[in-house]
Design a protein around this ligand. Structure first.
Ligand SMILES: Nc1ncnc2c1ncn2[C@@H]1O[C@H](COP(=O)(O)OP(=O)(O)OP(=O)(O)O)[C@@H](O)[C@H]1O
Ligand SMILES: O=C(O)[C@@H](O)C(=O)CO
Length: 418
């Protein structure tokens, strides 16, 4: 393995795996810290953790463990993948994990770049935009777990770090890889080990990719990895052959626990063509709705590719959180989706499309799959995945804000055959 990545959630992991696979690296997504060694021929390994919203110390512990495993597989460079909307709180976990990885790898400096222009995430003057809105006016200020209330990534990150934060402005990036390298050097010698780099286009990300070819640690959204496969290819380290993927075949279902604006629109669009079961958090708490009941509801509509969703507008989320507690209700809903997915997979469902990073983590962990291979891209940042669970199981793990409005329908088609 040449390149190893530690991702703080499951959809983010498949987003990065997608970028590396498109860049020509033989890529595997691992579920949690790999048991044993990676399969032969794996050039890039992405370890999917569920550390975005847990206590910072535990996020650090798991991230270090994953990085050590990747280093034992031979990796020369480690990517710490977080969300392109920089999902975190003033306590972490991006800063604490990045600083701990710098120490672990003996690295003096690392880039911080959540930009992903294809999905509208651009960084200018250290400020993150989503489309034409600042991050804190993009809907992300209403996120159920980590409301993003400041678009200044340098300031937000600084709440989380021990050290000062540096910056590579866009005009330097436009000056080319050498100019970027020189700025990294200035920041490093001033003791600023985490350096936010502006990027508003893929060309900027390619420049950054060249500039950080020799960095032991890279941190960012999947965009920062666009240029990394080329660095390995230019060294003659990548194999030209790709092994064909097995194809999943069987019943399909959509499970959505994301409440993002994009997911709300996707759920609405999907409900026009398929039956849906809306999950009311209060019903789950009262045990009037259970995974068993939902599985039964799905199985009675098996041919219609149904959707089960807890997706709600911000007011519904706030009501549930005030009544039951933010973390408690999130955990209850996630456990529900996990149990539902396991029960459906046990009854023959071979195509499972999931909306939401935390929800995807709960589902994949409950399914007990250990690794996934990367198939074609469904929409930017979301590939079709194939796991082995008594035969090929097709999955798609959609980040909350990714995908076009017809995503669910397309995803079910691409992750396998009926
Ligand atoms: N109706 C609801 N009320 C309160 N919390 C909810 C509701 N529906 C889902 N949740 C919780 O909100 C969280 C949504 O996070 P998730 O990561 O799945 O989606 P997302 O944040 O939109 O996606 P991503 O992290 O990929 O951007 C989960 O913990 C989920 O259980
Ligand atoms: O970077 C992104 O936006 C996504 O890969 C993600 O991490 C959402 O959970």
């Amino acid at each position: 393995m040449l390149l190893g990545a530690v991702a703080d959630d499951f959809t983010g992991a498949s987003d990065l795996a997608n970028t590396l696979a498109k860049g020509g690296m033989a890529t595997t997504q691992f579920v949690g810290i790999g048991a044993g060694d990676a399969p032969a021929g794996c050039e890039a390994g992405v370890v999917a953790l569920k550390t975005r919203s847990i206590a910072p110390q535990e996020a650090v512990r798991q991230s270090l463990e994953a990085a050590r495993w990747l280093l034992r597989q031979g990796c020369r460079q480690i990517v710490f993948k977080y969300c392109s909307t920089f999902d975190s709180t003033p306590q972490g976990n991006i800063g604490p994990v990045a600083e701990a990885l710098l120490d672990e790898l003996g690295a003096e400096v690392a880039v911080v770049c959540p930009a992903f222009p294809t999905t509208g995430r651009r960084l200018f003057m250290g400020h993150l935009f989503v489309g034409d809105r600042l991050l804190n006016e993009s809907g992300m200020e209403n996120h159920p777990l980590n409301p993003m209330t400041d678009a200044d990534i340098r300031r937000w990150l600084r709440h989380q770090t021990k050290g000062e934060v540096g910056h590579v402005p866009l005009h330097v990036v436009r000056g080319g890889a050498e100019a970027v390298g020189a700025t990294f050097e200035v920041e490093r010698s001033a003791g600023r080990r985490l350096v936010v780099a502006d990027a508003t286009s893929d060309e900027d990300l390619l420049v950054l990719g060249r500039a950080i070819a020799g960095h032991r640690l890279v941190t960012g959204g999947s965009g920062i990895a666009i240029g990394l496969p080329t660095n390995f290819r230019e060294e003659g380290l990548l194999s030209p052959d790709a092994e064909p993927l097995p194809r999943a075949r069987g019943l399909g279902v959509v499970l959505c626990g994301s409440c993002s604006r994009a997911s709300q629109a996707q759920v609405r669009a999907y409900l026009e063509r398929a039956p849906g079961l809306a999950i009311d958090p209060a019903e789950l708490v009262a045990r009037r709705m259970t995974a068993e009941l939902a599985a039964d509801w799905v199985c009675r509509r098996a041919d219609a590719l149904p959707i089960v969703y807890s997706t709600s507008e911000p007011s519904g989320v706030t009501t549930a959180q005030e009544r039951f507690g933010r973390e408690e209700i999130a955990g209850t809903i996630e456990r529900f989706f996990g149990e539902l997915a396991r029960s459906l997979a046990d009854s023959g469902y071979r195509r499972i499309v999931v909306g939401g990073g935390e929800t995807s983590g709960a589902v994949v962990e409950a399914l007990g799959v250990k690794s996934m291979r990367i198939g074609p891209e469904i929409d930017p940042g979301v590939p079709a995945l194939v796991a082995d669970r008594n035969g090929p199981l097709g999955l798609a793990l959609k980040s909350g804000n990714f995908g076009a409005s017809d995503f669910f329908e397309k995803a079910l088609r691409q992750v396998g055959l009926p």
